[in-house]
Design a protein around this ligand. Structure first.
Ligand code: GDP
Length: 193
C-alpha cells in the first residue's frame, strides 16, 4: 500500500499549527524511539522525516499531510538529557499547548522501544491518555532487534508498566521489516474517518 504523505510545515509555538479543521493523529515518544523512521516507513520514503543520530534534535511539531485529507503530527521527542533548562520548558510547553488545545486531534500513537522498560515520561503520557479519553495505541518500535519470544515478554512488561487498558492496541512495529505497518494504517484511518 502506497499512501501519499508530504511534509506540510513545522510549528515552534502553538499558534503556528496549521489553521483549518483537518483531523490529526499525533506521534509521541522519547527521542531516539524511532519516530522519524516510522514516519518514513509509513510513507515509504527515505527522507521524509530526518532520522537523527543526535537525540532530541527535533524541537518543532512537524505536520505531514496524508492524502490531502488529514495530518500525521510528529511531536518533539521527550527524555533528552542535554537540553538547557529554558529550552526544555519551552519544548514541553509546546506539546502541552498542543495536547490541551487541539480540537482536531483524533488519536495518539505512543511509541516505545520494544527492548526497554518504559520510563517515567512514558508512564506520565500513558496516564494522561487514560484520563483524557483520547483514542490511543502503543507502538513497540524496533521489533526486528529482538527475538519473537523476547518480544512477547517485553510486550507484557510494557503493558504492565504503562497500565494499558484492555482496549488500547499494542502493536509490534519495525521500520526495517515493515511489520505492523498495515495495522498502524488501519488504526490511523479508523481514527480520522
Ligand atoms: P526519533 O528520534 O524517534 O525520530 O528516532 P529515529 O527514527 O531517528 O531512530 C533512532 C535510531 O534508531 C536510528 O539509528 C534508527 O536507524 C534506529 N531505528 C529506528 N527504527 C528502527 C527499527 O525499526 N529497526 C531498527 N533496527 N532500527 C531502528
Amino acid at each position: 500500500m502506497t499512501v501519499p504523505v508530504e511534509f506540510f510545515g513545522a510549528a515552534s509555538v502553538y499558534e503556528q499549527c496549521p489553521a483549518g479543521q483537518k483531523p490529526e493523529v499525533a506521534l509521541a515518544g522519547r527521542s531516539n524511539v524511532g519516530k522519524s523512521s516510522l514516519l518514513n516507513a509509513l510513507a515509504k520514503r527515505k527522507k521524509l522525516a530526518a532520522v537523527s543520530k543526535t537525540p532530541g534534535r527535533t524541537r518543532t511539531i512537524n505536520f505531514y499531510l496524508v492524502k490531502n485529507s488529514y495530518f500525521l503530527v510528529d511531536l518533539p521527542g521527550y527524555g533528552y538529557a542535554r537540553v538547557p533548562g529554558e529550552l526544555k520548558t519551552n519544548w514541553s510547553r509546546l506539546v502541552e499547548d498542543y495536547l490541551h488545545n487541539r480540537k482536531q486531534l483524533r488519536g495518539i500513537l505512543h511509541l516505545v522501544d520494544i527492548r526497554l522498560t518504559p520510563g517515567e515520561l512514558d508512564r506520565q503520557l500513558a496516564e494522561w491518555l487514560r484520563f483524557s479519553g483520547l483514542p490511543a495505541a502503543v507502538v513497540a518500535t524496533k521489533a526486528d532487534k529482538i527475538s519473537r519470544g523476547e518480544g512477547q515478554r517485553q510486550l507484557a512488561l510494557i503493558k504492565e508498566a504503562l497500565r494499558l487498558p484492555a482496549d488500547v492496541p499494542l502493536i509490534r512495529f519495525s521500520a526495517v521489516t515493515g511489520e505492523g505497518k498495515k495495522e498502524l494504517w488501519q488504526i490511523i484511518e479508523k481514527w480520522v474517518n
